[in-house]
Design a binder for this molecule. Structure first.
Ligand code: PAF
Length: 281
């Protein structure tokens, strides 16, 4: 595996990979890799002959009071995991390579980014859209893979790639979970032992609410119960528990088409998100 940090070397290495005619997959990450990321890499292998993984902790997608400085960084361990998984290139640009002096362009996707995390984290999705378009332009892969855990991010990237005519297939990969059901996330590393136990209430509350809706409970009553359960386990604040159209992410008050139930809440200083599919009766 080659670890590359500057654009001209990346471009030559990508040209060399592409010369055998096999497709290239990109898995964009911010590092601190876990089994969720490795599932993306495995899935990438099924779609492409070559796999490129990027690690870049993107300052533009963190708010002023968010965890940019404390975000876990362990590139040496990440590189070992990627090498073992047979990744061809680790693309790990520095902030100066990604955003050189004088950098001035912002990518903003409307609609799908307006509610949920878009409302709770102003500027976050512009930061993600900007860095993902740059990563896609830098690597020029045939396919790119993203986890369903960041469901709104995935919906936004699909929209952006469609709108900007990028000739890239976007593949969403189901959320990987710990044995007890907690969605894997680099931010789980922040949780204390007690918080780790309480964190389970998030997938449980969403799962229970989804089952109730599928059995005919009203959307509002199922969501109210989920919020009560989260509060009882110490989540505060609860940014949202919301039922949305599975594609457009428009809010839904009646379960009349394929939907997604999404939740975000803070446990101590750790903000957790999760989501689950909800099928109409
Ligand atoms: O999901 C992530 O880890 C990040 O938002 C991404 C897509 C790598 C962009 O920085």
């Amino acid at each position: 595996m080659q670890t590359l940090r500057d654009l001209s070397t990346l471009r030559s290495a990508i040209d060399a990979l592409k010369s055998d005619g096999r497709p290239v997959a990109l898995v964009p990450t911010m590092g601190a890799l876990h089994e969720g990321h490795m599932a993306l890499v495995e899935e990438a292998r099924r779609h492409a002959g070559h796999v490129v993984v990027s690690i870049f902790v993107n300052p533009r997608q963190f708010g002023a009071n968010e965890d940019l400085d404390s975000y876990p960084r362990r590139e040496a361990k990440d590189a070992q995991m990627l090498q073992t998984a047979g990744v061809d290139i680790l693309w790990a640009p520095t902030p100066e390579v990604m955003y050189p002096k004088g950098y001035a362009t912002n990518i903003s996707v409307s609609g799908v980014t307006e509610g949920l995390d878009g409302a709770a984290r102003p500027g976050h999705f512009d930061g993600v859209a900007t860095v993902v378009s740059k990563l896609l332009n830098q690597v020029q892969p045939h396919v790119a893979l993203f986890g369903e855990k960041d469901y709104q991010q995935l919906a936004m990237i699909r929209q952006m790639v469609r709108d900007l005519d990028m000739p890239i297939e976007i593949i969403g990969v189901p959320t990987q979970r710990a044995e007890d059901g907690l969605a894997l996330s680099s931010r789980n590393a922040y949780l204390s032992e007690d918080e780790r136990k309480a964190a389970l209430a998030l997938p449980r509350a969403l799962g229970e609410a989804a089952r109730q809706m599928e059995k005919g409970a009203t959307v509002d009553s199922a969501i109210a119960k989920a919020i009560t359960m989260l509060a009882a386990h110490g989540f505060d604040p609860i940014d949202y528990v919301s039922l949305c159209d599975a594609v457009t992410l428009e809010p839904m008050s009646v379960l009349d088409r394929p939907a997604r139930l999404l939740g975000a809440a803070k446990l101590g200083r750790t903000r957790l998100i999760d989501n689950i599919a909800v099928e109409p009766l």
